[in-house]
Design a binder for this molecule. Structure first.
Ligand code: SAM
Ligand code: SF4
Length: 322
């Protein structure tokens, strides 16, 4: 089992398979994806070596992310590879939903267990303003398709100043009979979005207060479940979660490690640097990689330094997948 010096165990890997994205979310890639150099993203055999190494050290869940992971033509193969690796029990995907309607069946057939779709507003116009794409209705149809196919669905929604009481009401009405977990994520500062962050950051605390006043009850989750706080209400099929990275003790429940599409281990979303694993992946040295991972984990710090405005090497989250 991968465990750090602070007693945290890591059973969850977030694997980015590309940093390319077709959306222009105003908090992430407002000018769209910019390619500044030739890069070689991890190949399927390299990902297989990585997955084997992590699974052998107790990783049971893999989330495939990006950039936009569905832009990779071999996404279904990546899902199948992860699902067929001994020890991996759950394969999840985070996507902007662009190809969801078309491809969800293929992904489910490959072994996908759960899906996180990013939907920052249920208002089509606001959605298009935030992402640069008029795709909300197709994404919602894709989401329904995923549910019908038995794929568990969570929705990620970044909190920004446009988020008013009416946005919350709209989301809640949608959750009445939609068995999904909607997670409001506080906007995080990255190297590229400092001014935007200062103008747009919105705390999740008032939403939490409103939910409690409305009779939403905190779901008691396993300590290994990660840092989201979740709420449920008897009148709603869906749940609401809050991810508040600026709250006290957020990092104490950290259960995940990240590997970038270039094969770098990031011990924290806001780590100072990625630690290169490629030499092990290229030659399928699973054992060597396992020893290296255990060694590198010794460098994991107790917490991020976001409160001090320190964002490490992370210029935007498309680099790593959130
Ligand atoms: N492109 C995919 C998507 O949007 O779902 C996967 C990658 S994206 C970086 C993963 C998640 O990070 C998304 O839910 C996105 O909304 C969130 N995200 C991106 N930048 C963020 C920021 N600065 N603060 C908080 N969440 C952010
Ligand atoms: Fe692309 Fe996801 Fe970033 Fe939006 S949040 S620009 S969809 S990587």
């Amino acid at each position: 089992m991968l465990q750090d010096h602070h007693g945290r165990r890591f059973h969850y890997l977030r694997l980015s398979i590309t940093d390319v994205c077709n959306f222009k979310c105003n908090y992430c890639l407002p000018d769209g994806y910019q390619c500044d150099s030739e890069r070689e993203f991890l190949t399927l055999p390299e990902m297989q070596a990585l997955t084997k190494a992590f699974a052998g050290l107790g990783t049971s869940k893999i989330r495939i992310t990006g950039g936009e992971p569905s832009l990779r033509k071999d996404l279904a193969d990546v899902i199948a590879m992860a699902k067929n690796t001994q020890g991996i029990e759950q394969v999840a995907l985070t996507t902007n939903g662009f190809r969801l309607e078309k491809d969800i069946e293929k992904w489910r057939d490959a072994g996908l267990d759960s899906l996180n779709v990013s939907i920052d507003s249920l208002d089509s116009k606001a959605f298009a303003t935030i992402t640069g794409h008029e795709k909300l209705q197709s994404i919602l149809r894709g989401l329904d398709k995923a549910l019908a196919l038995g794929v568990a669905v969570k929705v990620n929604s970044v909190l920004m100043q446009h988020f008013t009481a009416s946005e919350l009401t709209r989301f809640q009405a949608w959750l009445k009979d939609k068995p999904v977990t909607l997670r409001f994520i506080e906007l995080m500062q990255t190297g590229d979005n400092i001014t935007f962050f200062k103008q747009q950051h919105l705390s999740g605390e008032p939403i939490k207060k409103t939910l409690i006043e409305q009779g939403w009850a905190r779901v008691i989750r396993d300590k290994a479940a990660g840092p989201a706080q979740e709420f449920q209400h008897p009148d709603y099929a869906g749940r609401i979660g809050l991810i508040m990275p600026y709250s006290k003790d957020f990092c104490s429940s950290c259960n995940r490690l990240r590997v970038s599409a270039l094969g770098k281990l990031h011990l924290c979303l806001f780590a100072e640097q990625g630690l290169d694993l490629r030499e092990y992946l290229r030659c399928n040295d699973v054992q060597g990689l396992q020893l290296q991972l255990q060694k590198l984990l010794g460098q994991k710090e107790a917490t991020h330094w976001l409160h001090e405005g320190y964002t490490g090497a992370t210029t935007h989250l498309a680099m790593l997948g959130g």
